[in-house]
Write a protein that binds this ligand. Structure first.
Ligand SMILES: *[C@@H]1O[C@H](CO)[C@@H](O)[C@H](O)[C@H]1NC(C)=O
Length: 980
């Protein structure tokens, strides 16, 4: 939630500057940020100097030391501008080909922040065993990879790092000479600045000569500029950042000479393929900013920061994809430009921290996801219920309100799994403490919800009300666990709870203490949340952190965290630690650990390990609905698969048509929650008139029928790191026509392609088919035929219609009985939808486990492969076979656990031993069957509707065979033979 209303009141009460309105101008542009301005000025000078520009940084060849592991070398680096300053460079190659490049100032006046990677990475990566560095006169290089296709070249003077594949440069560091690590220095009296003499009229200025003169006369000014621009202090609005450490920014150009499209660096409200910020006519005038911020009513198209930051980029071309991750936690700005349509140049400007880059060689997007998740981990398999529908509002105002809303869902036969409570449940916004006036019986309320198989999610924010009657604050203050000001006193700021303090999650003493708070039983050692149960899960909001009266609505950068680090060093990482510890606390509160659900607003690289995110306080507009889809795709690129946007938009009162469309968007996002601002009218789906109410009920039910598909997709992401939502470039990396598509996407490996409608008044939609394959309309089996070079089709999309397709060659498992919650579906039978490819075959997967505990890590799961094959190409026989995959692919067991053996007869499998397949639907058979049998059994009951072929015989309603109750079991091997 956002602070607008609150601030209005607050500014009156506290005489805060009344000019303070929460709009774009509350956040810095690059030109208002000292280090960003310096970084951009550096690149402007480089551009002006042209060929004369030369990076002052070089490697001292005599310093090169190859480590005993052979995969790593270190060297010292000097800048010709500051020969007395030492920098150290370290390069190492990991066993999967990822290259880590680190550079730091050595024995400087102070230490640069070097811990970002320690929070982001799951473990210290293992280094490659087949690297051999060859140090020559001009460079040091290594050739590696299975076919020796990769080459790493580090040139000494100037320092330049290039990763090549088959002789082609994939990624180049400092190729433009924008590397600049501002060293620590002592403050000196201001230097008098020399004005550049203006060229006299008529005087010919030879650019190269002028450059040469300038460079010779004052090389530092030539490179760095001639003034100390905001080195020691910076003001923004009424705030002053004291910058006690002085300048320490880091600039580096990272270029992709053979890749014309880039994706990633979430979170920004923009297209998936990142528009330019430099060049002749940049799309955005500012660089992309990564600085977690609580941006009120964020713009629907902007490079501004919003709530989370993942410094990960994919650079893509039809030939190959290459990725990079910069482990930096401070504010970072990134310029993106294209010198040609085949290349991309990016310029990264960070306020502090070391250079710690991971170059991921690809060569496919899938490889990059694997490489990145080996570094930062995967999205864990969520609790099954959390893939259902979540009903939220600021606020359900009392326990009876919650009960009534639940009752209304049930009366209208609308499935829902979770009811949420925003901040008003807490007395004076003291989180954990119920407001007993309105929630007199919290545990009874929770139990009433749980009795119908549902859960509750309750908000816990990182700001603590500073009051003596709040045990959480009292203890944190007493133990010294709170963030401090630059003068080492407890930092106080304003947030929902009024005067507040912030827990410092960087402090290891916080970690165990925070977990004790969530124990739903009395502890001897202190306060714990006894008025809660295991059915309550957590929403971590405001963790950028949001501070209403702070600079840019966050904490002053000179605040101090554990270890003496400034807030500026760790700002973007801060929110991740909060959701990390909260998810651990929720998992560990019970004796048998259960999968936690924690929703976070702020995030960083690695946050995928701790739960879900949502796109924050969006607006109830069509633009926000559309850009929400793109943001969710882009955070999926950043590894955070469990993502969604507030259905309906947080602000505003969406008209019924918009609300229906928004539910259709939400039902196809991994995280599906409706939410609304306190000033909006109630808009629970049961309040709508017909036909809207009925359409939304169908959408909710559709989501529930597809839970097996979502759950299976999450299993896959938990193992491979491949995102749950897959845009075209990930699915079809060679298909140029799909590179810019970000309004339709695939769900996992299921073969489902969806294009949510985000336009008012739409009656049809244009859908891109990327290949020469059949795509079946999910609802009516109309078969569309794509083309090898890609093809657009137009499909009907009036209000109740969602353009949803099954790619030919897929088998999709669903559960089609309407239920009130996902828990009620646990033993429901399955439907298998077989969508035959143009070759007449198909394949699909289904993953199931108890959905709640960690028993799956011990092999308690069912993982099936269903395959439809023909004995020969022209045969008029189709065999649909269900096989066990757990035993077939034991090394790919779930959640990182490597199972040596897998027992298909495990306890979980036994618990669903009698769960049937109740229907098999086969689309696209080329003739009417003469027989449909379970292998070795009797003729089954079936029904065949012949196809209606269009004139070209490729398109039209496909034939549909519906096999009713084939009497086969979902967890068992079986085969159905169809002959025609
Ligand atoms: C966060 O989570 C990881 C597990 O993914 C754990 O190893 C780490 O120690 C946690 N704690 C903090 C404070 O980041």
């Amino acid at each position: 939630m956002r602070a607008l209303d609150y601030l209005g009141i607050l500014s009156l009460l506290l005489a805060l500057p009344t000019t303070h309105s929460l709009k774009a101008h509350d956040f810095k542009t690059c030109s208002q940020s000292g280090f960003c301005r310096r970084g951009r000025a550096l690149s402007a000078r480089a551009k002006e100097a042209g060929a004369a520009w030369k990076s002052p940084y070089s490697v001292d060849p005599s310093s090169i030391a190859i480590a005993s592991d052979q995969a790593t070398f270190t060297a010292s680096v000097k800048s010709s501008l500051y020969p007395e300053i030492n920098f150290g460079l370290e390069l190492r190659v990991h066993d999967d080909g990822v290259v880590r490049v680190r550079m730091d100032e050595v024995a400087g006046l102070r230490k640069r922040y070097d811990e970002a990677a320690s929070w982001a990475l799951i473990a210290e990566p293992t280094v490659s065993k087949d690297i051999k560095w060859t140090a020559g006169k001009k460079d040091i290089r290594a050739v590696y990879g299975k076919k020796k296709e990769l080459e790493l070249v580090v040139t000494y003077e100037p320092l330049r790092v290039a990763l090549l594949r088959n002789g082609k440069e994939q990624v180049v560091l400092n190729g433009q000479g924008l590397l600049h690590m501002e060293h620590f220095r002592t403050k000196t009296p201001a230097v008098t600045q020399t004005e550049e003499p203006a060229p006299k009229e008529g005087e010919e200025v030879v650019a190269d000569e002028a450059q040469a003169v300038m460079k010779a006369e004052n090389p530092r000014a030539w490179f760095e500029g001639d003034k100390e621009d905001d080195y020691w202090e910076e003001t923004f609005g009424s705030w002053t950042d004291s910058k006690p450490k002085g300048p320490e920014s880091l600039s580096i150009d990272i270029n992709f000479p053979n890749h014309g499209t880039v994706y990633g660096i979430p979170q920004h409200a923009t297209r998936l393929a990142l528009p330019t910020t430099t060049g002749e006519s940049p799309f955005f005038s500012d660089p992309y900013r990564l600085y977690n911020a609580d941006v009120f009513e964020y713009l629907a198209s902007s490079p501004m920061s919003i709530y989370g930051s993942i410094p990960v980029l994919h650079a893509h071309s039809a030939d190959s994809t290459v990725g990079m991750f910069h482990a930096v936690g401070s504010e970072t700005w990134i310029d993106v430009g294209h010198a040609s349509d085949k290349s991309t140049e990016t310029h990264w400007i960070s306020e502090s921290g070391i250079l710690d880059l991971f170059l991921m060689p690809g060569p496919t997007p899938e490889d990059i996801f694997r490489q990145y998740s080996r570094l930062t981990g995967t999205t864990v398999i969520p609790a099954h219920w959390s893939l259902g529908y979540h009903q939220c509002r600021w606020n359900y105002v009392s326990s009876d309100d919650v009960r009534t809303v639940q009752k209304r869902f049930d009366e209208e036969d609308m499935p829902v799994d979770v009811f949420w409570l925003d901040i008003e449940y807490a007395e004076e916004h003291k989180y954990f403490i119920w407001d007993k006036k309105n929630f007199p019986d919290p545990v009874d309320m929770i139990n009433d919800v749980a009795a119908l198989g549902r859960k509750m999610v309750v908000i816990i924010d990182p700001h603590l009300k500073r009051t003596s009657d709040y045990p959480v604050y009292q203890k944190a203050s007493e133990l010294g666990l709170l963030v401090k000001t630059k003068s080492e006193s407890e930092y106080e700021g304003w947030c929902w709870s009024g005067s507040s303090a912030w827990i410092d999650f960087f402090n290891p003493s916080v970690w165990d203490w925070w977990k004790t708070l969530f124990k739903p039983r009395q502890l001897a050692s202190g306060w714990s949340w006894t008025e809660s149960t295991e059915d309550v899960h957590i929403w971590n909001d405001m963790n950028e952190p949001s501070v209403f009266n702070g600079p840019e609505i966050t904490m002053p950068k000179d605040n101090i965290h554990y270890g003496g680090w400034e807030h500026r060093d760790v700002h973007n990482i801060n929110g991740m630690l909060f959701s990390n510890l909260t998810s651990q606390a929720v998992a560990e509160r019970s004796d048998t650990p259960k999968r936690p659900f924690v929703l976070t607003r702020a995030f960083y690289a690695g946050s995928q390990r701790f739960g879900a995110m949502w796109t924050g306080d969006n607006m109830g507009t069509w633009e926000h609905m559309a850009v929400g889809v793109k943001i969710v795709l882009s955070v999926n690129i950043g590894g955070m698969s469990f993502a969604g946007s507030d259905v309906g938009g947080f602000f505003g009162n969406p008209e019924p048509e918009m609300l229906v469309r928004w539910y259709q968007v939400g039902a196809f996002a991994p995280f599906f929650r409706a939410h609304a601002h306190i000033d909006t009218k109630r808009r629970e789906p049961f309040l709508l008139d017909q036909p809207y109410k009925g359409i939304i009920r169908d959408v909710l039910r559709l989501r529930y029928t597809m839970l097996p598909i979502w759950y299976t997709a999450f299993r896959e992401t938990s193992v491979t790191g491949l995102p749950v939502l897959r845009p075209h470039y990930v699915m079809f990396p060679k298909d140029q026509g799909g590179f810019n598509i970000d309004d339709q996407y695939f769900i996992g490996s299921s073969g489902l392609l969806v294009k949510p409608v985000t336009e008012k008044g739409a009656t049809q939609a244009t859908v891109y088919l990327p290949e020469d394959q059949v795509y079946y309309d999910y609802f009516n089996h109309f078969a569309y035929r794509g083309a090898a070079k890609g093809k657009e089709i137009t499909v009907p999309a009036v209000l109740h219609q969602i353009p949803l397709f099954v790619r030919g060659g897929s088998i999709v498992p669903t559960r089609e009985r309407p239920r009130r919650s996902s828990k009620a579906m646990k033993r429901d039978p399955f439907t298998l939808r077989v969508a035959l490819s143009k070759a007449g075959t198909a394949r699909g997967e289904l993953y199931l486990d108890d959905g709640e505990t960690y028993a799956h890590r011990q092999g308690q799961f069912v993982w099936r492969e269903i395959v439809a094959e023909k004995p020969a190409k022209k045969a008029r026989t189709l065999k649909i076979e269900s096989r066990d995959l757990g035993a077939a692919r034991p090394a790919e067991a779930v959640d990182g656990a490597v199972l040596k053996t897998f027992d298909p007869e495990n306890e979980y499998a036994k618990s669903i031993a009698d769960v049937r397949v109740e229907k098999v639907v086969v689309a696209g058979l080329s003739g009417k069957p003469t027989s449909v049998k379970v292998e070795g059994g009797d003729e089954l009951v079936w029904d065949f509707t012949p196809g209606v072929a269009a004139a070209d015989k490729k398109e039209g309603i496909a034939s549909v065979l519906a096999v009713k109750d084939p009497k086969v079991l979902i967890a068992k091997d079986w085969a159905i033979i169809i002959e025609w």
